[in-house]
Structures are given as structure tokens and as C-alpha cells.
Design a protein around this ligand. Structure first.
Ligand SMILES: Cc1cc2nc3c(=O)[nH]c(=O)nc-3n(C[C@H](O)[C@H](O)[C@H](O)COP(=O)(O)O)c2cc1C
Length: 176
């Protein structure tokens, strides 16, 4: 059988989604503090499973953000951001920050215990398994997403023994 041309994909969007839904992922809350040069200062958050470690020396991480989303627009202006790795107890936080056309982020953060990261000023979720604060080192356009490669400024492990929140086959899961 001859190989397909490199640009062609034989996978339908449904097949692609079904295959990738078999990958169990940790759930993170990506957050930004917008100083608000054009308006009032505000915090923004977005649930993300695309967070991963890229390099140890220097310490780099990556997160993939849907192009033209509010978070993408914010991160094109603000280069400091943070990620809180969520635990089982943060299931409601994860689903609220993933909702389309959701309540304002201000109301969501009012309901989500958090403190400000010392390096970025971005909200860090109270009781997160780990928090990582970053400065964008590279932005890469990739299909309908933007890949943000971040230099790690601070990494902390407030709840090392907490059970993680997972996302698998289209739903939130807990470890056995
Ligand atoms: C479990 C889960 C993981 C997600 N991971 C990502 C992600 O890695 N990148 C992304 O851009 N959106 C991701 N999303 C979608 C965003 O959370 C969601 O589109 C966004 O919060 C909606 O905000 P908007 O109304 O401002 O568009 C994920 C959603 C869920 C439920």
C-alpha cells in the first residue's frame, strides 16, 4: 500500500476525538492576571488538559489554547501566567471554568478560594496539587490553537499527597 500524501488525513474529526479521548489527562486551571491598561484589572481562568512539561534545563512547559478564545487574546498581551494542577476536590472549579458563555471570571474567582502567585500575580487555586508560574517564551500557531511555551519562574507543591482530578473518555474521573 502506498503511503498517503503528507497533508492528507484519513481520520474523521469523530475518529480523531474518539482516539484522543482514550488519553487520561490531569486537569489544570490556566490563569492570568490582566493589569488592565485598557480597562480595570481582572483575572481570567480556563480549564485545560493540554499542559505538559517540555524541558528540564531550562525549565519549560507548554499549554495549547484555542485560537481566538478570550484566553488566547489575553495571552497575546500578557506574558505572565500560571497553572494550578487540580485535585479531586476541584471538580466543580474545573467544570465552571470550562463552560462556554459562563458567568464572569470575577464571579467564578469569588467562589474559588485562591491566592496570587508571587511571580506572576495570577490566581493560584487553594489546595492545588501543584502550581507553576510562567513567562511566555514562545508562541506558536498550530492549526486552530496557539501553543504557549513558558519559562517556569516558580513551581510549588502545596498538596503533594492530594488525589488528582483526571479527564478520561469525555468525563471527570478519580483514581480508583
Ligand atoms: C477537561 C477539559 C479540558 C480542556 N482543555 C483545554 C485546553 O487544553 N485548551 C483550550 O483551549 N481549551 C480547553 N478546554 C476548553 C476550555 O476550557 C473552554 O473552551 C473555555 O473555558 C471556554 O471559555 P470561553 O467561553 O471564553 O471560550 C477544555 C475543556 C475541558 C472540559
Amino acid at each position: 500500500m502506498s503511503p498517503q500524501p503528507a497533508a492528507a488525513s484519513l481520520a474523521t474529526p469523530d475518529e480523531f476525538r474518539a482516539a484522543l479521548s482514550q488519553l487520561a489527562a490531569g486537569v489544570a486551571l490556566l490563569t492570568v492576571h490582566d493589569q488592565g491598561e485598557a480597562g480595570p484589572a481582572e483575572d481570567a481562568g480556563m480549564t485545560a488538559t493540554s499542559f505538559l512539561s517540555v524541558s528540564l534545563e531550562p525549565p519549560l512547559v507548554l499549554v495549547s489554547v484555542r485560537e481566538d478564545s478570550r484566553m488566547d487574546e489575553l495571552l497575546s498581551r500578557v506574558d505572565l501566567w500560571a497553572v494550578s494542577l487540580l485535585g479531586e476536590r476541584h471538580r466543580t472549579v474545573a467544570s465552571r471554568f470550562a463552560m462556554k458563555g459562563r458567568l464572569s471570571d470575577r464571579l467564578l474567582f469569588a467562589d474559588t478560594p485562591h491566592h496570587r502567585g508571587p511571580a506572576t500575580g495570577a490566581p493560584l487555586v487553594e489546595g492545588a496539587l501543584a502550581t507553576v508560574e510562567c513567562r511566555t517564551e514562545q508562541r506558536i500557531a498550530a492549526g486552530d490553537h496557539t501553543l504557549l511555551i513558558g519559562r517556569v519562574l516558580e513551581a510549588r507543591v502545596p498538596s503533594p499527597d492530594g488525589p488528582p482530578l483526571l479527564y478520561f473518555r469525555g468525563g471527570y474521573r478519580h483514581l480508583a
